[in-house]
Design a protein around this ligand. Sequence first.
Ligand SMILES: CC(C)(COP(=O)(O)OP(=O)(O)OC[C@H]1O[C@@H](n2cnc3c(N)ncnc32)[C@H](O)[C@@H]1OP(=O)(O)O)[C@@H](O)C(=O)NCCC(=O)NCCS
Length: 199
Amino acid sequence: MSTVTLCRAVPPSYLGFCHNQAFWKEMVMEIALTTCNIRSWNWKDLASIVHHANNRKVWINLRDRFPHPYTFADARSWLQSVSEHRPETNFAIVVDDVAVGGIGFTLQQDVAYRSAEIGYWLGEEYWGQGIATEALKAVTEHAFSEYDLCRLYAHVFEWNQASARVLEKAGYLFEGRLRMSVTKDGQTIDQLMYAFTRD
Ligand SMILES: CC(C)(COP(=O)(O)OP(=O)(O)OC[C@H]1O[C@@H](n2cnc3c(N)ncnc32)[C@H](O)[C@@H]1OP(=O)(O)O)[C@@H](O)C(=O)NCCC(=O)NCCS
């Protein structure tokens, strides 16, 4: 069971580099879960993003646009881009009011406009507690309730059994293997295609 709350963000006064004041005036999203909360990104997340994202074990399972090493400049650029991106489709995974990971979806276009690609990552200290599975279930539900979608999908690198398991536990079905479809860290590998569909 989850609770979705919309409330106003309060800008922390010590973070003077957030120039987009409109960001703070908007409603923010929060979904209360058992193992974590899902909420809008906030400038106060800057240091915790760097702490949890600057990890080769996280990077190795993500697209190369996820930087490594992950610097404060990268985190600033991420927070700036999510503050400007509407509709809001990227969220922080929060434990004890600290952002320990991220989850989001990309709405597709043209004839695929009823599809979205979902992605997520979690700081290594929090692996193995069911957090990604609960977050994925909640954001899947959120995406279907807010948008005219019939399909959410994810492409998982073939070595990432943990993520494949997360998708299965969240109700996604294995659809196939995209052979030799990505080259990560110098290795050309398959991707496992998972999808959740709803009429
Ligand atoms: C993938 C990731 C999000 C999983 O987060 P998590 O909170 O630890 O996931 P959960 O605890 O909800 O579930 C993990 C499941 O994978 C299983 N698992 C973990 N490592 C595994 C492995 N090497 N082989 C098989 N299963 C594995 C766990 O046992 C658990 O399944 P279970 O509940 O049936 O025991 C996290 O490891 C991560 O952020 N990795 C780096 C980024 C990433 O891979 N993102 C996804 C890209 S598609």
